[in-house]
Design a binder for this molecule. Structure first.
Ligand SMILES: [Zn+2]
Length: 93
């Protein structure tokens, strides 16, 4: 069972102060309130969401999966396509 992390929206009790974790089943509706004091809270996704580096974001594979086209400068004012749709080479003048 995954541990879900929650954060109070405003007021909190000793239980939900800061952040608290609740064991839940996959597919459970997220809690909207602290189980102790009933004050509003929201789920946070911090601990295990991997942060993609900008290098990954700009990799040809990632760009292509987003339907984007990337060109890299190939010297002499022309660009070669690294991924996506479009002409293989663009000539600038
Ligand atoms: Zn509370």
């Amino acid at each position: 069972m995954p541990l879900y992390e929650y954060e109070p929206d405003g007021d909190s009790c000793p239980f939900c102060e800061g952040r608290f974790e609740v064991l839940g089943r996959l597919g459970d509706e997220p809690l909207g309130a602290c189980p102790q004091c009933g004050k509003p809270c929201h789920r946070v996704f911090s601990s295990f969401a991997p942060i993609k580096s900008s290098k990954d974001m700009l990799s040809p594979k990632n760009l292509a999966s987003k339907g984007l086209t990337q060109y890299k400068r190939a010297g002499d004012g022309h660009y070669e396509k690294t991924c996506g749709d479009g002409p293989r080479v663009i000539k600038g003048d």
